[in-house]
Ligand binder design. Structure first.
Ligand SMILES: [Mg+2]
Ligand SMILES: [Zn+2]
Length: 193
């Protein structure tokens, strides 16, 4: 039997972006201490699981490639989310991280890869691995690259409004726009009935 999944961007969706004084921008967390999970994530992911969805995180993490942090920090942050998932009964079924960047300074992660969103390689891999019906899948993200990834794949796209990523959104139209992950989960519940 085919399964259904919600693909989730991480930064700005599950965890807040973090102000970086060096760039004067809100960015992905670079240190474990900067990583926190929005309070509504637990009930949001539980709601999606209760609707029969797999929760699959798909995240670009180029900060080591760009020299902004260490790979150890990025792995430690990913581990914090894994721990949160495990402590709550396995809320997240799979996580896919792209550590590449086309203009990086770390040679081993500087590449034009196919997994960096809006590339769809991770979604294609998940569809095959878990036998997903893309007609029943969703993509939730806060930037154009997320929406473009989901639109290219042909899944229903939900954009989360985020004041810190406005300059990286608005050019790729989502199917629906909401204010946070919980609203997205409620929307999916209403559409899945
Ligand atoms: Mg994001
Ligand atoms: Zn990649």
């Amino acid at each position: 039997m085919m399964k259904k999944a919600v693909f989730l961007d991480r930064d700005g969706v599950i965890n807040p972006l973090v102000y970086n004084p060096k760039t004067s921008e809100y960015e992905s967390p670079h240190y474990p201490d900067d990583f926190s999970i929005y309070a509504y994530v637990l009930k949001s992911l539980q709601l999606l699981k209760a609707q029969g969805f797999m929760n699959i995180v798909v995240s670009n993490q180029p900060s080591f490639a760009k020299g902004k942090t260490t790979m150890e920090n990025l792995k430690a942050i990913a581990h914090l989310l894994d721990t949160f998932s495990a402590e709550n009964g396995g809320l997240i079924d799979a996580s896919y991280y792209c550590y590449h960047h086309p203009d990086g300074i770390a040679p081993e992660y500087t590449a034009k890869c196919l997994c960096r969103k809006p590339g769809t390689l991770f979604l294609e891999n998940a569809v095959e691995k878990y036998n997903l019906d893309i007609q029943q899948c969703y993509f939730i993200g806060d930037q154009d690259t997320d929406i473009k990834c989901g639109n290219t794949m042909g899944v229903y796209t939900i954009k989360i409004n985020n004041k810190h990523s406005l300059q990286k959104s608005g050019r790729e139209p989502p199917r629906t726009t909401v204010n946070n992950l919980y609203e997205a989960a409620l929307k999916i519940k209403s559409l899945s009935k």
